[in-house]
Design a protein around this ligand. Structure first.
Ligand code: UD1
Ligand code: UDP
Length: 364
């Protein structure tokens, strides 16, 4: 009987990390039965469906519709739902990606059933245990049999925690997706619909609870953006968590009145075009620190830590801290260029290397 592999995805950053591995594994060994399970952690069209359409992923075979909730509610619903699917389909290998609640919940469901786990983007560490993602990453890595690492830094982190078997340096599958879609994305000239010009605007994304769930910090960020907008037009695709909080502090109206272009979250291709052609990016996203490194676009990260130190060492990223007052330093920092380098293994072939690793595991 052919082996059955279940890919679990749930939230926006999972889709671009998993898509290349799913596709490459399907091409490498057509005898495998691949099952795509979407937990429904993210569910708006702009946070989920658009990525399936644009990344050419098949419709999920299973959809759990867990939706939003507290950490315990969300994690528990995924745990129960994934367990049912793994049992019903007699799954031989469960593949999870990144560091969201769906990732740890799926890994926990699998390990309790004795099903091996592969973790895409294993080994990242912010060393900040206040971040929900840090709990998710550390625990998922310790449950996984195959740890697909995207950088040497990740391997060092795993070794420090005593994990050395099953670790494979395959590179960055999220950058595979970026390189695959970049030309098509740029042709869209997505900035035009906002009355902007390539190379002249700042692109902003913010969604970390440490920043946007704290009303005082959110208001200070708004002040910083309003001042920055005097130098650069600002385009701000607003994450739903952030929108809810901006509305409750009244800062959404202040942003719009000041000319900051606050918009819906963008689809993958439009966002990639906007990122590639931005003068610079201000963010607290994990993945966007990597994408700007690959694109050679200056990135300022409004967080106290990064689990992607390689983007500071080799890339264009500057970590400012979760300090909204530091937004005021960006115009001077831009005068000091920070040219990036290509990170080894961020070359568009990570998905193929990951697929080879999974197949070798299944046939071994
Ligand atoms: C989650 C991840 C975070 C990741 C981010 C990517 C966890 C713990 N956090 O954070 O690591 O960086 O996704 O975007 O897994 N909402 C909607 N529509 C949606 C999804 C969410 O309106 O489609 C709103 C709901 O009000 C929800 C809130 O956003 O309560 C937060 O969603 P949730 O998935 O819990 O966490 P994120 O902040 O999105
Ligand atoms: N992204 C997108 N549209 C947006 C904002 C982000 O397509 O409006 C993409 C971005 O290019 C990257 C991924 O979403 O591929 C990053 O996800 P996010 O910032 O939500 O999560 P994180 O990486 O912080 O976990």
């Amino acid at each position: 009987m052919s082996a059955r592999v279940c890919f679990v995805v749930g939230a926006r950053p999972n889709f671009m990390k998993s898509a290349p591995v799913y596709r490459e594994l399907a091409a490498l060994d057509p005898s495998l039965e691949l099952l795509l399970l979407h937990t429904g952690q993210h569910y708006d069209d702009a946070m989920s469906d658009v990525f399936f359409r644009e990344l050419g992923m098949p419709r999920p075979d299973e959809f759990l519709a867990v939706g939003s909730g507290s950490h315990a509610e969300q994690t528990a619903k995924v745990l129960v739902g994934v367990e049912r699917v793994l049992l019903e389909h007699e799954i031989d290998l469960c593949v999870v990606a990144g560091d969201v609640n769906s990732t740890i919940a799926a890994a926990l469901a699998a390990v309790k059933l004795g099903i091996p786990i592969a973790h895409i983007e294993a080994g990242l560490r912010s060393f900040d245990r206040a971040m929900p993602e840090e709990h998710n990453r550390v625990l998922t890595d310790h449950l996984s049999d195959i740890l697909l690492a995207h950088s040497e830094e990740a391997i060092t982190n795993l070794q420090r925690e005593g994990i050395s078997t099953g670790v494979h340096l395959v590179g960055n599958t999220m950058i595979d997706t970026l390189l695959e879609h970049l030309d098509k994305a740029r042709e869209r000239q997505s900035w035009e619909q906002f009355g902007l010009h390539a190379g002249e605007y700042a692109l902003v994304t913010l969604h970390r609870p440490a920043l946007v769930d704290d009303p005082a910090k959110l208001t200070a960020v708004t002040d910083g953006l309003i001042t920055l907008a005097r130098d650069h037009p600002i385009l701000f695709p607003v994450h739903p968590r952030t929108l809810r909080n901006l509305e409750s502090t009244g800062d959404d109206a202040r942003l719009r009145d000041s000319g900051v272009l606050a918009t819906e979250p963008q689809g993958y291709l439009d966002f990639l075009c906007l990122e590639a052609d931005a003068a610079f990016v201000l963010t607290d996203s994990g993945g966007i620190q990597e994408e700007t490194t690959a694109l050679g676009v200056r990135c300022f990260t409004l967080r106290d830590s990064t689990e992607r130190r390689v983007t500071e060492e080799l890339g264009t990223n500057t970590v400012l801290g979760a300090k909204p007052e530091r937004i005021a330093e960006i115009p001077q920092l831009l005068e000091r260029p920070k040219p990036g380098e290509v990170v080894p293994g961020w070359d568009g072939h990570a998905g193929a290397r990951a697929a080879e690793t999974l197949r070798a595991f299944l046939s071994g």
